[in-house]
Structures are given as structure tokens and as C-alpha cells.
Design a binder for this molecule. Structure first.
Ligand code: ATP
Ligand code: MG
Length: 478
């Protein structure tokens, strides 16, 4: 792999001569600030790492995006493996790091903050770490807070973000001015797709100005819709917490005649939480997600299926992702096309809409009274602290980010690719969203588990085809 070294940063996608191996490389500060020294990694002498067999990750270790390939087929896209490097770019005593959190809440943000601070301090001896409060605009409108292992020691036990957050207010020039003025040379940015786009702008501007600043993004999305990486932090916790809401709905509807429970879960454009919560629960009769168009009336429609289930079991539970059925609600509600402070289109509330539709259909059209129980646990799920597996995952993400920034990588995000942590160019995770593949195995498992209609009538097949062509090709590993 010696040919992988020292790629020009402009070309993120690199191809070998025989087209078999593609490295999507992350920029390295030495690429645009030549001849700067590399220092021995302080982990050399550390108690924790001195007993590790292979302490350092080679510059040439890469992670394959396609883990299942046919014999003799091209080996495809690879990313640099995350982890500590033998030489670091920054002297620990010269590091001034900052952390910022933007966008909506998600379980685990505080664990990531804690582990960046503790990782920098315990592994590398970095002491100068600043917290930027209230998102991007905090760079130029707020004072910073000093972060030490002691200050962040217990924050992982709380939900939310210790540094608070905001939407809107991204002014690249002002942010980079502020980074330069404060002498910050490592920027850790925790946030969703919008935040990562903002991080890419900061990286570009810092590069243009020739600043010696490492920009590291840690992708945050409760919806699990970030491309390339296996899973986003907080997702496991969200699925687990969603079980409580589904269970509550099930208990309610089982106790009454013709009980219909609707649980609305997060998932603006990707139905992963709804799909996984449904698969985990086994109490769900029908799962509706944004990727899968559904229809209410007629043969194979939702009403027909619900009536069958009610007659069979006397109750049923529907899980609907917030982004499902938006086209129906938009046709009936006037508030379509409103935007939030970051410019994201505000979704119309499909939960109450579907509840009313189903209530009307059964009571008025079918003359069949039902007991509707509607639960929207969104804010309860977003606000809880992360569970054990997410806590461990957040620790790995934070440490990978710290190792990457210390080694002088910049303009990268971290995350597991086929369960190996990798450094991924930011642009690669913002260009597309990951969505549930309707022709993938996991959705087929869900359909088999709930026995719900697939809603794919002959006139919808073309739509599904289009959706799957647009979707990031992504198969589950198990
Ligand atoms: P989530 O959607 O998971 O809540 P997010 O990071 O996508 O998180 P947004 O509110 O869309 O949340 O964006 C967060 C921050 O990123 C805001 O400060 C916003 O101004 C900034 N931002 C969003 N999109 C861009 C962009 N294209 N370029 C620069 N900055 C952006
Ligand atoms: Mg977003």
C-alpha cells in the first residue's frame, strides 16, 4: 500500500491503476502546510497503551467499505483506519482544542463530549480544552467554558448536551476568525447532516487561510441516516426507549374493545428507528416509514389490513415514522413548506393526521367504533442518557476523533465501517442520506415478522424502483 501515502487533498477519491482499489482519503495538515515536524506519540510511554500489542495504527491500514465481494471482483472503496499514529502532528502542550454541539438532541452527546475531554487529557496530556456554547453561533456570540476531566466527569449520566445547542447561525467567516483569534488548533464538531456541512465549510476556510487547525466531525443523528457508517450513536438507545412506548400502546389497546394504538417515532427521511423498534418489539402490527409509500383505501390498503387485524385480534398497534405519508398530510394541511432556523423543511405532523383518518374511517364509514390511543414519545426518547452499548460506542468515536486530530488529520468524520472505525472525508457523509432499502433483507424480515402489506401495487412498483435507485446501497451485515 505504499502508493497510498501523500495523496493530494483535492482528490478525495483515488483509484489505483487497475481500478481495483479506491481510497477515499482524508486530508492531512501536512498536505497543505508542508515540512512541519511530527512528534513521537505520547502514548509511547503511557501506562494504558504500553501493554497493547500493536499500539499504533499504520498509516497504511485501510478499512474496506464492501465486506462481501465476489471472487475476482474489484475491491472497491476503502477508508483509512482510525486509531493512534506513531507520530503526532501537535505537541500536547501546544494544543488548544474546542468542542461544539449543534442541531437536535440525541442520547450520547454528553458521553462524546466527556470522552473527547478525557481522551485528550488522559491519553495525550492536553489541558487546554474549550467548550463552545449553544452551537455554531456560540463561536462569536458567547464566552467559552473551560473543560477539564473533572468538569465533565458525570455528564454522561445526563441526557441533552452539556454545551447546549442551536440551529441556524452558521457564519463561516466569523467562526474561522474566532478560531484564529483564540488560537484554537483542534475543533471537534458534534452534530447531524447540517452540522457536518458546516464543518466542511470551516475546514475549507481554515485550509484556504493556511491555518494549522484540525477539524474533526462526530456525526450525530438519532435517525441513523448517516451514509457510510454502520450506525450512529444514540440509535440503540432510541430503539430501546421506543419499546417502552410501543409496550404502553399495546397494554392500552389490549385492555379495550377494538383498541388501535399509534406510536409515532423519529425518522424524517429514514425509517430505521421505526423498523428496528418494530422488529424488536413483536407487538407491532404495521410499520410505516418514509421510504415505503402506503395507501389507505382499496385492496391491499391500510384500512383493509387494519380491519382484518381488528376482527382477528380485537386490537392492533401501528408504528409510524415522522416522515412517512408526508404527501398525504401536505395535501390536506396548509402549513406545508415552513422551514426551521437552519433552513430544514418542517415536517407536518403525520401522527394526529393518521389517528383522525383511521378514527373517521372506522366510526363513520365502517360504523365500527374503535378506541384510539396515540403516543408520541419523541422528546422523551431524545432526552434520555445513552445506554451501555451507546456509551461504549461514544467512547470509541471520541477517542478515534482525538487520535485523528492529534495525528494531523482534518476535514474528517469518524465512524465504524463494517465494525472497524475509520476516518471518512466529511463530504462523503454529507452527499447522501442512508435510507432503508425496500429491496433489502431487513425490510423483508420486517414484512415477514408483521405480515403487513408491502403496499407495492403494480402502479407503485416504479416509485419503489426510483426510491431504491436513489437510496444509498446499504445492506445489513447480519
Ligand atoms: P439534526 O438534523 O440531527 O438535528 P443537524 O446538524 O442537521 O442536526 P441543523 O439544524 O440542520 O441540524 O444544522 C445545525 C447547524 O449547522 C446550524 O447551525 C446550521 O446553521 C448549520 N448548517 C446547516 N446546514 C449547513 C450548510 N449547508 N452549510 C453550513 N452550515 C450549515
Ligand atoms: Mg439534519
Amino acid at each position: 500500500f505504499s502508493r497510498l501515502n501523500r495523496r493530494p487533498i483535492a482528490a478525495a477519491v483515488q483509484q489505483s491503476q487497475n481500478d481495483e482499489f479506491v481510497l477515499e482519503d482524508v486530508p492531512h495538515l501536512t498536505n497543505f502546510l508542508p515540512d512541519l515536524p511530527s512528534y513521537p506519540n505520547p502514548l509511547h510511554g503511557s501506562q494504558a497503551y504500553s501493554i497493547v500489542k500493536n499500539t499504533f495504527v499504520s498509516q497504511e491500514d485501510v478499512v474496506a467499505q464492501n465486506i462481501v465481494i465476489r471472487k475476482d471482483s474489484p475491491r472497491g472503496v476503502h477508508f483509512r483506519r482510525a486509531g493512534p499514529r506513531e507520530k503526532v502532528y501537535f505537541k500536547p502542550e501546544e494544543v488548544r482544542a474546542c468542542i461544539v454541539t449543534c442541531g437536535g438532541l440525541c442520547p450520547g452527546i454528553n458521553t462524546v463530549i466527556r470522552e473527547i475531554v478525557c481522551g485528550l487529557n488522559n491519553m495525550y496530556g492536553v489541558e487546554d480544552i474549550l467548550g463552545i456554547e449553544e452551537g455554531y453561533r456560540g463561536f462569536y456570540s458567547k464566552n467559552t467554558v473551560r473543560l477539564t476531566p473533572k468538569v465533565v466527569n458525570h455528564i454522561h449520566k445526563r441526557g441533552g448536551t452539556f454545551l447546549r445547542t442551536s440551529r441556524g447561525g452558521h457564519d463561516t467567516q466569523k467562526i474561522v476568525d474566532n478560531i484564529a483569534d483564540r488560537g484554537i488548533n483542534q475543533v471537534y464538531i458534534i452534530g447531524g447532516d447540517g452540522t457536518q456541512r458546516g464543518a466542511a465549510c470551516i475546514y475549507e476556510e481554515a485550509r484556504k487561510r493556511g491555518l494549522q487547525v484540525a477539524v474533526a466531525g462526530i456525526p450525530k443523528t438519532i435517525d441513523n441516516d448517516i451514509a457510510v457508517i454502520d450506525k450512529s450513536f444514540g440509535f440503540d438507545t432510541a430503539v430501546e426507549e421506543a419499546q417502552r412506548a410501543i409496550n404502553a400502546a399495546h397494554v392500552e389497546v389490549e385492555s379495550v374493545e377494538n383498541g388501535v394504538g399509534i406510536v409515532k417515532l423519529m425518522g424524517r427521511y429514514s425509517g430505521f428507528i421505526a423498523m428496528f423498534a418494530t422488529l424488536a418489539s413483536r407487538d407491532v402490527d404495521c410499520c410505516l416509514i418514509p421510504e415505503s409509500p402506503f395507501y389507505l383505501e382499496g385492496r391491499g390498503g391500510l384500512y383493509e389490513f387494519l380491519e382484518e387485524r381488528l376482527k382477528e385480534n380485537g386490537h392492533l398497534v401501528i408504528v409510524i415514522a415522522e416522515g412517512a405519508g408526508q404527501e398525504y398530510v401536505a395535501a390536506e394541511v396548509s402549513a406545508a413548506n415552513e422551514k426551521d432556523a437552519s433552513g430544514n423543511r418542517l415536517l407536518l405532523d403525520v401522527g394526529p393526521w393518521l389517528s383522525d383518518k383511521i378514527k373517521d374511517h372506522f366510526t363513520k364509514t365502517r360504523k365500527m367504533p374503535i378506541n384510539m390511543k396515540y403516543i408520541d414519545p419523541t422528546y422523551m426518547i431524545r432526552a434520555i442518557p445513552s445506554n451501555a452499548s451507546d456509551n461504549i460506542y461514544c467512547t470509541l468515536l471520541a477517542h478515534s476523533a482525538v487520535h485523528g486530530a492529534m495525528a494531523g488529520y482534518t476535514g474528517f468524520t469518524v465512524g465504524p465501517v463494517n465494525s472497524r472505525h475509520a476516518y471518512i472525508p466529511i463530504s462523503r457523509v454529507t452527499e447522501k442520506q442512508k435510507t432503508v432499502e425496500l429491496t433489502g433483507r431487513m425490510w423483508a424480515r420486517l414484512l415477514a415478522s408483521t405480515d403487513q402489506p408491502s403496499f407495492i401495487s403494480s402502479d407503485l412498483e416504479g416509485v419503489v424502483q426510483d426510491i431504491n435507485n436513489d437510496a444509498v446501497r446499504w445492506e445489513f451485515l447480519w
